[in-house]
Design a protein around this ligand. Sequence first.
Ligand SMILES: *Cc1c(COP(=O)(O)O)cnc(C)c1O
Length: 379
Amino acid sequence: MHMTRLFLSPPHLSGRERELVAEVFASNYIAPVGPMVERFEREFGARLGIPAALATGSGTAALHLALRWFGVGPGDTVVCSTLTFIASIAPAVQLGATPVFVDADEATWCMDADLLAEALKTRAAIGKLPKAVVAVDLYGQCCDYDRLLAACTPYNVPLIADAAESLGATYKGQAAGRPAAAAIYSFNGNKIVTTSGGGMLVSRDGAMVAKARFWATQARDPAPHYQHSEVGYNYRLSNVLAAIGCGQLEQLEQKVAAKRSIFEQYRNALDGLPGVTFMPEAEYGQSNRWLTVAQFDPAGTRARPEQVRLELEARNIEARPVWKPMHLQPVFRSAPVYGGAVAERIFDRGLCLPSGTAMSRADVERVAAIVRQCVGRKR
Ligand SMILES: *Cc1c(COP(=O)(O)O)cnc(C)c1O
């Protein structure tokens, strides 16, 4: 019996994180601002080839700031991928907007560009164009930004990349999120790079990031006497946590390589089993394979994802269902959705397998062996 739990995607601090945190202690910048935050923003932006970056307390906060910049408010709509975590749309709702969801496509599991074009066309016809589109890079795979931008541009609707899961992935040689008008990233404990909790907003539009920085710092006017012409938020990242981020960022390439290698190990161990397939990788880029997602097709196997999950859980191994599509969520039951069947099928058949970068070959094989048992013998 294995006593230590194998988590889905736990933090993996294997570089200079502790050393950099010690530097922060020595500097006494135990604050929501400081030199390490500036360094984290600078290094993050440089790595992605984007000049302006703002570190925030969470990815959700970063998205909130981006949506506010694009003027999202009461009575507006925001178009969002349906196959995602609720944080992709929650800030829009908090700003008073209502969501419109768009299905994934088979080839990428990310937002279907044709359906987005159709959605924008029908929304334009009724005079209800969205204030923004939030497209999600699912499980570390970039969405097809060029095609999404081609759908958005005729209507002047900005594209925001929810790249919370895709740091380190590429799209036609560019960093995940870079082609969008703005992109957000998450450093939550389970993400490929973590600060325990944190996020980043980036944009090629320096004015946008400057305004977001202002809002994120309680919207203080440039005056010594605490003057405010607007109301903002306390959304800055702690200087202590930024040190963890700097240490983590130095290892991004190794982390992507480790995630991709774990995916390959799973695929080698399980591909060819009847009814078992994996999330496809789009030709236009390289996924970071944040999580390895397997699918169990009922036409090929009697094993259901929930049954496999429970078998793993019984051995203290954490697996998780695929995100439940937003258009199936009770809270969004009246939201319009374009398509939906693809996301529903992926939700029905998918299971996220443990994908932590510290996993050994033996760990992956142990998980794979249990999955193999559930599915039955090789063809
Ligand atoms: C994790 C995640 C977020 C939210 O990031 P936080 O840092 O936890 O606020 C947003 N969108 C997606 C797709 C995510 O996976």
